[in-house]
Design a protein around this ligand. Structure first.
Ligand SMILES: Nc1ncnc2c1ncn2[C@@H]1O[C@H](COP(=O)(O)OP(=O)(O)OP(=O)(O)O)[C@@H](O)[C@H]1O
Length: 243
């Protein structure tokens, strides 16, 4: 019955944070926080410095435990940090296969490296990569295990504006292909608008507000071409071109 397909409810990734509390000493960083993430949803987490964004991501990654409440996450999840955290003594391919098992591990790593545009760099050492390339390896490493949830903690904050825009295109493409839900922390409101299905803003240890974003792609982002022209003009003028 074809209508059964059309009316099938959206599968949930099983990301549910309920009344979560996390304290450090006297300080209550997460104060009865609630958050759910739908299957394949890309949620952007915004909030002032020190409000507890990384703390929440660490709980979802299983790197930390709450003092109260409930955290439900899918079994397969991956985290990408602001710095690439690649092992300097392993080549790119080995950094991606790390933790993978099975005879097809190398092939899977090569496939995902191709997806992030780095097929030619499998044998490179991390120190030979640009910042953008290193973060693409980090994305490849996160995606190679086909996670249901990808947690990204300010993954593009250290990159220049043009590289960051290219990374946005890449995230959009990877999402379509990998069907993972994503929770991405950023301080960059433009980045939030560019990528999000939903933007949640933290305040006082909770999710304060939540905005569904229904903008078409063309209305979301400053273009690469515009940023390149801007960078060239700033260079011509002898001014810094980072922002
Ligand atoms: N392991 C810890 N021990 C003690 N305090 C901690 C620990 N981890 C985090 N905190 C404190 O919890 C608060 C929230 O930190 P967190 O890193 O989650 O904030 P954030 O919103 O990610 O900040 P930023 O945007 O600056 O990265 C801070 O005051 C921090 O000092």
């Amino acid at each position: 019955m074809s209508s059964a397909v059309a009316t099938e409810p959206r599968r949930q990734t099983g990301v549910a944070v309920e009344q979560v509390v996390r304290r450090f000493g006297d300080r209550v960083v997460l104060d009865h926080l609630d958050l759910t993430i739908a299957d394949e949803e890309l949620v952007i987490l915004l909030g002032p410095s020190g409000c507890g964004k990384s703390t929440l991501l660490r709980l979802l990654a299983g790197l930390d435990r709450p003092d109260g409440g409930r955290v439900e996450v899918p079994a397969r999840r991956a985290i990408v940090f602001q710095s690439d955290r690649l092992l300097p003594w392993q080549r790119v391919l080995r950094n991606v296969t790390l933790g993978l098992h099975g005879p097809d591990a190398d092939q899977r790593a090569r496939d995902v490296l191709a997806e992030v545009g780095l097929s030619g760099r499998a044998k490179a050492w991390p120190k030979e990569l640009s910042g953008g390339e290193a973060q693409r390896v980090s994305l490849a490493r996160a995606l190679v295990s086909e996670p249901e949830l990808v947690l990204l903690d300010e993954p593009f904050a250290a990159l220049d504006a043009i590289t960051r825009l290219r990374m946005h295109d890449l995230v959009r493409a990877l999402r379509t292909r990998h069907h993972a839900a994503m929770l991405l922390v950023t301080h960059d409101v433009d980045e939030a608008i560019a990528l999000a299905d939903r933007i949640v803003v933290m305040s006082n240890g909770r999710i304060g507000t939540s905005h569904d974003v229904h903008l078409p792609a063309a209305d979301r982002e400053v273009s690469v071409a515009r940023e390149e022209l801007r960078a060239r003009l700033l260079e011509d003028l002898g001014l810094a071109s980072q922002h």
